[in-house]
Design a protein around this ligand. Structure first.
Ligand code: NAD
Length: 484
């Protein structure tokens, strides 16, 4: 049978193997409305089954030589690369990704597997000074079962950036993908890890919605949750985790600023701004959500950006369009209400503002004010709100006015001046002379404030911190005599 043949997984979940559950959900193309497949819908009982299998399998997995886990993860990277067309195809069909975005995501997923294979054999402890003649050490141990909950927009990477390091470090993992992207963000990853030799039960995928996610967060045998998604859901999960005394890594929303200083090449700056706002229809946590442009170049910047927005083709990405559909009608209506409310409040539509079905035209709003919804809210659509500033202090105040703190970029002819300016900005990620959207496996990633609990993964150290528990161990050759 061909790799990831639909007959082998259609209507199923991956819980200790390819299984059916009590019900199914349809997988629908946002571009065409066509039904692509069905997947099993997981209930709380299915989550419990996956966790029970994970608990049973984890001890043996953690006890295997680290080099064996590393080899399996390297094989997974090779399997992914051998079948990359399959993932790209599902990212395009199921998630509405343009070919370029899908290829970028594929590269990131592979990079996570390669990096994690190295994490498996990293040093995992320290020898400590001790006042006694003994060995005193701090060592890292797997936490047991890690629950991963991922969103629809970059479903492959936002799952794999937690799944791969958690497995590398000897944990078992239960993944609950977004129900709209259960194939690219779940079942395909299961097929790759199964092909690579991850033992049954060590990794499970339970497709499902909020009920399955809640069951995973509340499960008593899941001590660590890695959640990527909206701030509203993240707050709920953080509250539950606090009550249950478990760790939750929360990677949440953003409203990211691009500061454009007057000494830039305006055409290059507008190109960066267009990429930051429109890539994947603006459905990225790091999307440039606020363009803060110095008044000397403001009109020129808006003019170039609007021309670019008007020229970008939007359509079914399966036929080659660089920008595809929004994920569903609810998301489209939210985007459109923010645009129309902001225009009603005084912003000017310089481009776009229209849609056809789920295809929303790249939109530029000029004359945006800090009280407009387009400034205060995460839009999660292809909308570039542009604001004018006349002093650097004003620009910094505007950047820091957001409750979010994920990614900020500064464009300037003076890179080190911009770097110093960055010291006054609250953000988890800072790019000088680039736009706000980027990711690399070795880089620490995460935001502050409403964007989450900080940089929790990316690179060996952060991943070890995220997916292990520290234990203090002492060893002495003889039992000492105590006064009692
Ligand atoms: P969402 O929070 O509605 O859903 C995300 C995932 O969480 C889905 O799998 C969903 O089924 C599950 N979920 C929702 N509520 C839950 C609950 N109460 N308990 C357990 N699971 C629950 O997110 P969305 O709006 O579909 O996705 C977009 C959001 O994700 C945006 O805000 C975006 O900025 C954010 N995001 C953040 C990052 C990051 O790394 N910081 C990356 C991508 C997306």
């Amino acid at each position: 049978m061909a790799f990831f043949d639909q007959a082998g997984w259609d209507g199923r979940a991956y819980i200790g193997g390819w299984v059916t559950t009590g019900s199914t959900v349809d997988v629908v193309s946002p571009a065409t409305g066509e039904k692509l497949a069905t997947v099993a819908e997981g209930s709380a009982a299915d989550v419990d089954q996956a966790v029970t299998l994970a608990v049973a399998a984890q001890h043996d997995w953690a006890g295997r030589p680290a080099e064996e886990r590393a080899t399996i993860l390297r094989r997974a990277a090779a399997a992914l690369e051998a079948h990359q067309d399959v993932l790209v195809d599902w990212l395009v069909k199921e998630a509405g990704s343009g070919q370029g975005k899908a290829a970028f995501e594929l590269g990131l997923v592979a990079a996570e597997l390669h990096l994690a294979s190295g994490t498996a054999t990293m040093p995992y402890g320290q020898l400590l000074a001790s006042g006694h003649p003994r060995l005193s050490l701090a060592r890292r141990r797997p936490v047991g079962v890690v629950g991963v909950i991922a969103p629809f927009n970059f479903p492959g990477i936002l799952a794999m950036r937690s799944v791969a390091p958690a497995l590398a470090l000897g944990n078992a993992v239960v993944l609950k993908p977004d129900p709209r992207t259960s194939v690219a963000g779940g079942l395909f990853l299961a097929a790759v890890l199964e092909e690579a030799g991850v033992p049954a039960g060590v990794f499970s995928v339970v497709p499902g919605g909020v009920a399955a996610g809640t069951a995973l967060v509340e499960h008593p045998r899941v001590p660590v949750i890695s959640f990527t998604g909206s701030t509203a859901a993240g707050r709920k999960i953080g509250e539950t985790a606090g009550r249950l005394l478990k760790r939750a890594h929360l990677e949440l929303g953003g409203n990211n600023a691009l500061v454009v200083l007057p000494d830039v090449d305006v055409t290059a700056a507008a190109s960066a701004g267009a990429w930051g706002s429109f890539l994947h229809q603006g459905q990225i946590c790091m999307t440039t959500g606020r363009h803060l442009v110095h008044e000397d170049i403001y009109d020129e910047y808006v003019g170039i950006l609007a021309k670019k927005a008007a020229a970008i083709p939007v359509g079914d990405p399966a036929t080659g369009a660089p920008l595809g559909p929004l994920i569903d009608a609810g998301q489209r209506d939210k985007v459109h209400s923010i645009v129309t409310d902001s225009v009603a409040a005084g912003a000017t539509l310089a481009a776009g503002g229209t849609f056809d079905d789920l295809f929303y035209r790249p939109t530029v709003l000029s004359g945006v004010r800090p009280e407009h919804r387009a400034f205060t809210e995460e839009i999660f659509g292809p909308v570039a709100p542009v604001l004018r500033f006349d002093s650097v202090d004003e620009a910094i105040d505007l950047v820091n006015a957001s409750e979010y703190g994920l990614s900020v970029a500064v464009l300037s002819g003076d890179a080190f001046g911009a770097f110093e300016l960055g010291d006054r900005i609250n953000t988890g990620v800072l790019h000088i002379n680039d736009q706000t959207v980027d990711d690399e496996a070795p880089a620490p990633f995460g935001g502050t404030g409403a964007s989450g609990t900080g940089a929790r993964f990316g690179g060996h150290e952060a991943n070890i911190e995220a997916f292990t528990e520290t234990q203090w161990v002492t060893v002495q050759s003889q039992i000492q005599r105590y006064p009692f």
